[in-house]
Design a protein around this ligand. Structure first.
Ligand code: SAM
Length: 292
């Protein structure tokens, strides 16, 4: 019987803090052109994908992040037809987006073809309903280049990126947000993965400060994702239509009904509304520090 292997989450090493997973079986491990990728089986969380030592997705709790990154912007918008995902390699977000009948075209721009390739084999529950769907386009490219050049315009942009390290770093820059704004239609919404504020306060404060320079309304909403360790996870929110963040409960419920009331395990109209009610320490982090 070989030695038990434990794999650490190394995102918070600088804080002197690690969470570790005991490995049942390594299913796949490689150094891709862009990052170190490992997929392994865990007794409780099921399959776990890590990129460069950071947890990306687990079969046990993926529904929280995937539903909140998707249904919140799309149902707040109310008539999203053109959607862009930047990153999103495992296709977990794409699978949720395609549940919306209003979405006529979904484009995913992922830098690392290996992540999509391997997800075909190991995350068929995500890739199955997506790859081959005629509403879906996959572009293998750096998201920064794509939003800087495309002549397409989008109702919703979802940035499902890795953390601000390696290939993901550029996706947290002013330049990237400005390029996203360039390819957004009037009244469009941009959402971003924005880290865990207790452990990554700067990532949130900096992100909102940059978005505020470009959009009339910029803030965040929260969800609890067990394997994004550290408490609340924040999702950045930006739009020139400040009313979208205040969409009333009845309107959300009606839009969800019209969207076919597809099954959800986390998102509800009430959870959607509540997600924008920020605990004070997070509200302070996104408060107008520049006196605006
Ligand atoms: N939900 C996860 C999280 O919050 O950490 C992210 C999941 S998804 C796997 C992240 C994807 O972003 C990866 O597939 C990675 O290859 C992709 N990515 C990183 N940098 C990118 C860039 N500059 N352009 C496009 N995709 C990028």
């Amino acid at each position: 019987m070989g030695e038990t292997r434990w794999i650490p989450e190394m995102l918070f090493d600088d804080l002197g803090f690690r969470m570790s997973y005991r490995v049942e079986r390594v299913l796949y491990e490689m150094q891709t052109e862009h990052q170190h990728l490992i997929l392994f089986e865990h007794k409780f969380f099921g399959k776990i994908l890590m990129l460069d030592g950071a947890t990306q997705v687990t079969t046990k709790d993926e529904f929280v992040y995937h539903e909140m990154m998707t249904h919140v912007p799309i149902l707040a918008h109310g008539a999203a037809a053109e959607v862009l995902i930047v990153g999103g390699g495992d296709c977990g977000i794409a699978e949720e987006v395609l549940k919306h009948r209003s979405v006529k075209r979904l484009t995913q721009v992922e830098i690392d073809a290996s992540v999509v390739e391997f997800s075909k084999e190991h995350f068929p529950e995500f890739t199955g309903p997506v790859l081959g769907n005629k509403r879906f386009d996959l572009v293998i490219e750096d998201g920064m280049n794509y939003v800087a050049k495309t002549n397409r315009r989008f109702d919703v942009i979802i940035v499902d990126s890795t953390d601000p390290q390696g290939p993901g770093k550029i996706l947290f820059t002013q330049q990237f947000y400005a390029a996203c704004k360039r390819c957004m239609k009037r009244g469009a919404v941009l959402v971003t993965q924005n880290g865990v504020p207790l452990l990554q306060p700067g990532e949130l404060t900096e992100g909102i400060r940059k978005l505020r320079k470009l959009f009339a309304d910029a803030s965040c909403y929260v969800a609890a994702i067990p394997t994004y360790i550290g408490g609340h996870m924040t999702m950045g929110w930006a739009s020139d239509n400040a009313r979208l963040r205040e969409t009333r409960l009845a309107a959300l419920a009606e839009r969800y009904r019209k969207a076919g009331s597809f099954p959800t395990r986390y998102w509800t109209p009430q959870v959607h509304r509540a997600a924008f009610a920020l605990p004070r320490f997070i509200a302070d982090l996104v408060a107008h520090r520049d006196g605006r």
